[in-house]
Ligand binder design. Structure first.
Ligand code: HEM
Length: 481
């Protein structure tokens, strides 16, 4: 059993803070896991180790734990710690059963209802906006803020109910105010009214999913402030990655007029004239789904962490890790592995046509007759050197394309994996895709300065959460279509 490569304390804490991408990539290229001395974590490398990491759900528990996340990030108070004390941890997990909540309320018909409300809300947000009164162009100084606030409001209303905006009108701009405002919602709801409790949606607590989650936390003995902390934590995970990812997807599409037109062509088969999204067609739309996956490959940090309790535990490849020391990795590290991903033709200057750090809308698609297409690098693909690269694809080509999802798990894991895999994936995916469809179907958007807009990067990628909001404002002109 080989011990992981030890990175000395002096060189890693600062490098991790200042240049996380460069630093972690350099460790990944060593091909072995690393132990970061100063920060006290192992870094697992994408590929076989990540697949093993997700498979080993019995030996490994998630890190940070729910308790750590609630106390460190969402202000859980001392009076609520008792819920997590010895014996309560398993009780908490058994009774709160939040994975079951997700499986019941955020899948199938229940998810359809949530998305139906989201669609109505979001359409209202973008079509009845006072700032865009006609088909005249309006100047909007900040694309990111313009769309994120609207998706946020539409999604929070669809899931949590519209009352929260009456309680706290500035919630959209500053959803941290939620922490103080949330307990007052409680006073407006009759918990003894069984019909009200079981209804699919009502304005005070929104969906059954939220109502039952609140009730179970109450039954466990959480205080009002403790429930607010937990609800804030859930709201954070629901919106924090989903909404910025939708914005990146919109920006990538807007960069390229030909791509915008191909996406609109695909959307015309998904959206009815009455703004109904056909969810089955949306799930099967090759180009939109490839762009969605490519956006998550590049722009979602998605750190995953586990702690082993087994002193004999080894990462695949025979790398021994000590119990109790966190093992981490991140999705974007897997996304930047050019020994794995297809990067298209080799150009005459020797460079790949579609390097891993660049957006390639078709990366996840296989086109009939195009042996260079598909996400995974094939050994025989040295590829013919060309000057201009491959011929651009058309909307007709897209209709024939096949989305490839198999064989990617060790390198594309924006939602983690194994027993702790993100339970909100279905909601996230539908929210992102539906938002993009509606924005492009309802609005004509021009980037005021496309060259500057193309320089947009992720604001920062710090661990453990990672943020992928824009690092600059992107002015746009917008009008109704
Ligand atoms: C693009 C959007 C999203 C991304 C990239 C994302 C990513 C992740 C990742 C990487 C994990 C850790 C998984 C692991 O350790 O294997 C996670 C966990 C979790 N996510 Fe998400 N998520 C997203 C959206 C959502 C949504 C919409 C919800 C709620 C509806 C949600 C709720 C959760 C919860 C509750 C956990 C903890 C699961 C557990 O510990 O068992 N996430 N998410």
């Amino acid at each position: 059993m080989t011990p992981p490569h030890r990175v000395p304390r002096g060189s890693n804490v600062l490098s991790l803070m200042l240049h996380p991408k460069r630093f972690l990539r350099s460790l990944q290229l060593r091909g072995s896991p690393s132990y970061l001395t100063g920060t006290g974590v192992y870094l697992a490398i994408p590929g076989e180790q990540i697949r093993g990491f997700f498979r080993n759900s019995y030996d490994l528990v998630p890190a940070p734990s729910l308790f750590t996340a609630l106390t460190t990030f969402f202000g859980l108070r001392h009076e609520d710690f008792k819920v997590f004390e010895h014996g309560h941890i398993s009780r908490f997990e058994r009774q709160v059963g939040f994975r079951k909540d997700f499986a019941v309320y955020l899948r199938g018909d229940n998810l359809k209802l949530v998305m139906k409300r989201f669609l109505v809300n979001f359409t209202r947000e973008i079509l009845l906006d006072d700032g865009i009164v006609s088909r005249e162009w309006a100047y909007i100084p900040d694309l990111y803020k313009f769309i994120t606030t609207r998706i946020f409001r539409a999604e929070v209303e669809a899931l949590y109910g519209e009352r929260v905006f009456a309680v706290c009108p500035s919630f959209c701009e500053d959803f941290w105010a939620f922490y103080d405002a949330f307990p007052t919602c409680n006073e407006n709801f009759d918990w003894d009214d069984k019909d009200l409790y079981n209804v699919k949606y009502e304005p005070v607590w929104g969906t059954q999913y939220i109502r039952k989650m609140v009730k179970r936390h109450e039954d466990l003995g959480f205080s009002d402030a403790g429930i607010a902390s937990a609800m804030l934590g859930y709201l954070f995970v629901t919106t924090a990655n989903t909404i910025p990812a939708a914005l990146w997807m919109i920006l990538y599409i807007l960069y390229d007029e030909a791509l915008t037109s191909r996406v609109r062509s695909e959307i015309s088969t998904i959206l009815t004239p009455t703004f109904h999204v056909d969810v089955t067609k949306l799930a099967a739309a090759p180009l939109l789904n490839s762009i969605y996956r490519e956006t998550l490959r590049l722009r979602v940090a998605s750190p995953v962490g586990r702690i082993s309790s087994n002193p004999e535990f080894c990462l695949p490849g025979g790398w021994k890790v000590d119990p109790g020391v966190p093992i981490i990795s991140t999705n974007w590290l897997g996304g930047l592995d050019d020994s794995f991903w297809n990067t298209g033709n080799v150009l005459l200057n020797g460079q790949p046509e579609h390097p891993v750090d660049m957006f390639w809308p078709e990366r996840f698609l296989e086109y009939p007759g195009d042996s260079m297409s598909g996400p995974i690098r094939k050994p025989e693909w040295a590829g013919p050197a060309t000057e201009a690269g491959s011929a651009p694809k058309t909307a007709d080509d897209d209709r024939q394309a096949r989305l490839v999802t198999a064989g990617l798990q060790g390198h594309w894991f924006p939602f983690g994996g194994g027993a702790s895999r993100c339970p909100g994936e279905a909601l996230a995916k539908q929210t992102i895709l539906t938002s993009v469809v509606l924005v492009l179907a309802c609005l004509e958007i021009e980037l005021v300065d496309p060259v500057e807009a193309m320089k947009t990067g992720s604001r920062h990628r710090t661990l453990p959460f990672g943020s992928h909001s824009f690092n600059r404002v992107v002015p746009i002109r917008v009008r109704k279509r």
